[in-house]
Design a protein around this ligand. Structure first.
Ligand SMILES: [Cu+2]
Length: 668
């Protein structure tokens, strides 16, 4: 068993026997900053540079007897690793294996000397994309790096977050050593109606949210290897993409566009896409014209395979069970079914039978990503769909996910609706529910640094090169509820708030059942209700489904230097997890005349729901899990709106449920 010793400044020491090397969180943060600074250049920091030359991975401290380090060193010595200055995609099997070999080495490092030594050693020798991926994944999952804040990826690898025009302007600024502030535009032209919602799919915060989720819940996660199980990973896969899907639809409505139509293998891909973005190394991201038929992709899959996998999955849903690869039946018709189905559809290593059900989501990303060059005739690099950073830029991403979301709905609709007794919370009445403040959205300019995008020399001057781009934001508001607890003692309650657009693009109101499927999760929190009257006032900025903006790389570096200089703590706790949608996107863009939304609050029995202790006083859990990895809510994601509703009157009769209508305005 590992002996954990808490060092000064909160750094965790995992050296067997407990001899701590007294590395502070700030020192770790400094090494991480330096390892990620100018990732395509030689290491600048003298300490890391020296480590990269002197550290021997085979002499480090590991909890796997150095097996991972030996394996990677063998590959390195055999010159089998991908070269530097080459694109990297997680969906490329060999490249993923290499990145994960490094991940394993870092993950199994039991002290900071070993972790940072390996980071420095392999930073100098492995492909930059593989290195960044492995380091981010390791920092997220290793107990050593619990307090390390990840610099925003859009400032580490900016090529994956902006278009080529901006990047070229940045190169020019660097060449001429001219301080420059570059204006960014969303991809495409006004002739493309999809341009109206590009602010969602191309938002750098949204892209960061998406890539972070996939880093926290990786499809490659192997329990046997990592010694730990990720709670409800498959269900989380469903939920995070379901929320992206319904949020995107709400943004479309706000912009007078139809709901997203699902993509289908038999049908044309109506929407083409030209990413107008380039790799740091490897040329431009391939484009796809309008109205192409799906083609088989060499080395990936045939359209026929995709249809077959889909049929098998739909069949399983209709039967209410799947079969694992030993032929054993696994029931889907309960709360846990969605978790299994998520594992199957993604598919992750948790899938009980990938041989039979395939890997619908991951293969689809590659199929769709390669439609511009399905037979590899032009040797194009991977498409935007083959990177979690860039995938949502292509409107086809949302069509693809609508397709899978509809499969998930088939399953959810096959479950019996909740009964009134199941949803009731005896003795709890919501007397009043309203929004305090205006629901109002607006666009603002956001600026970030491109200094890590451009080439550099040791002697070159660093000039400030930034870009700015409009991004959606909203004014602060709060959800207010007056709640009576008729009992003579305190009760723990779970508060769940959702919103959905009131009507479709033709002005036809959604039925309750369609509305609740399109519900956007606004917040979820636990409170202790005292006997008698309780006044709940929950600020929009406290929402547990969102995260604050990630601070800039510069800010993190400055904080780190200060902490080291004065020997105090980092004070970056609130940014330790960037897992969640940016709070700016909590509500969809409004209208001049007000976008009509339905807003509901459900207060359910916290004692029965809570998956952890003290949730009403704990601010360290977020929507995707507590600090210790357990999921805080025992109910399914989306509860109590996750199941089919036959008669909405049942909901309206509940004393612990309130349904109101609100309008979201937009300030031009
Ligand atoms: Cu995704």
């Amino acid at each position: 068993m590992k002996l954990l010793v808490l060092c000064a400044l909160g750094a965790l020491c995992l050296v067997p026997g407990g001899s701590c090397d007294h590395v502070s969180a700030a020192q770790m943060q400094r090494d991480v900053n330096n390892a990620l600074w100018k990732i395509y250049e030689d290491i600048r920091d003298p300490h890391l540079k020296e480590l990269s030359e002197t550290f021997d991975p085979l002499s480090g401290h590991y909890d796997d007897d150095g097996v991972s380090a030996k394996k990677l060193m063998q590959e390195y010595n055999d010159k089998r690793l991908l070269e530097q200055k080459h694109w990297f995609s997680l969906f490329n099997t060999r490249q993923r294996q290499e990145a994960l070999m490094l991940y394993d080495v870092l993950e199994h490092s039991t002290d900071w000397e070993t972790f940072s030594g390996n980071a420095a050693f392999f930073r100098a020798r492995m492909n930059e994309g593989e290195f960044v991926y492995a380091l981010y994944a390791a920092i997220i999952h290793s107990p050593l790096t619990k307090h390390v804040v990840l610099p925003p990826l859009y400032e580490v690898t900016p090529h994956l977050f902006t278009n080529s025009e901006v990047i070229q302007a940045a190169y020019k600024a660097k060449m001429t050593e001219t301080r420059t502030r570059i204006e960014s535009h969303f991809t495409g032209s006004k002739r493309n109606p999809e341009q109206r919602v590009a602010y969602f799919g191309e938002d750098i915060g949204m892209n960061t949210h998406h890539v972070t989720w996939h880093l926290e819940f990786p499809f490659w996660w192997d329990d046997a290897h990592e010694n730990h199980h990720i709670d409800r990973k498959g269900e989380s896969f469903f939920w995070v993409h379901h929320q992206l899907t319904v949020r995107f639809d709400a943004e479309r409505l706000s912009n007078h566009l139809e709901h997203v139509d699902e993509l289908h293998w038999d049908d044309m891909i109506h929407e083409g896409f030209d990413p107008q973005a380039m790799y740091k190394y490897g040329g431009y991201f391939p484009s796809r014209p309008d109205n192409v038929h799906f083609e088989d992709v060499d080395g990936v899959a045939d359209v026929r395979d995709m249809l077959l996998f889909e049929d098998r999955i739909r069949d399983a849903i209709a039967h209410g069970y799947i079969r694992d690869h030993h032929g054993k039946i696994i029931d889907l018709r309960d709360d846990h079914g969605i978790d299994i189905l998520g594992d199957v559809i993604e598919s992750s290593l948790y899938s009980p039978n990938p041989e039979y059900y395939g890997s619908l989501h991951n293969t689809a990303h590659m199929m769709l990503g390669r439609q511009g060059d399905p037979h590899g005739k032009f040797a194009l690099p991977p498409g935007v769909l083959e990177h979690f950073e860039t995938a949502t830029r292509d409107p086809a991403f949302f069509r693809l996910h609508k397709y899978m979301d509809n499969i998930f709905r088939e399953h959810k609709d096959s479950l019996p609706p909740y009964t009134q007794q199941e949803l009731e919370f005896e003795g709890i009445n919501i007397d009043n529910f309203y929004v305090k403040g205006n629901l109002e959205t607006y666009f603002e300019d956001f600026e970030y640094s491109l200094v890590n995008a451009v080439d550099d020399t040791e002697n070159g001057n660093d000039v400030e090169i930034t870009t700015y781009i409009p991004r959606l934001n909203h004014k602060e508001f709060s959800f207010v509820a007056d709640v009576t607890n008729e009992k003579d003692h305190d009760v723990l309650a779970t508060v769940r708030i959702f919103a959905w657009p009131h009507e479709d693009n033709n002005g036809v109101p959604f039925s309750f059942d369609d509305g609740r499927w399109n519900a956007i999760e606004m917040d979820k929190f636990w409170v202790m209700l005292h006997p008698g009257h309780n006044h709940l006032d929950r600020s929009s900025s406290d929402s547990s489904v969102t995260v604050p903006d990630v601070p800039s790389f510069e800010f993190i570096k400055d904080r780190t230097d200060e902490a080291i200089k004065h020997g105090h703590a980092l004070h970056l706790e609130e940014f330790e997890s960037s897992l969640g949608l940016p709070n700016r996107f909590l509500i969809p863009k409004g209208h001049k005349g007000g976008l009509d939304m339905d807003l509901v609050i459900a207060i359910t029995d916290g004692e029965a729901d809570a998956g952890a202790e003290g949730l009403h006083e704990n601010t360290l859990f977020n929507h995707y899990g507590c600090a210790d990895g357990t999921y805080p809510d025992k109910r399914p994601h989306g509860y109590p709106l996750d199941r089919h509703v036959e008669d909405s009157r049942m909901f309206e009769e509940l004393h612990n449920f309130k349904h109101i209508q609100v309008k979201i305005f937009h300030q031009e």
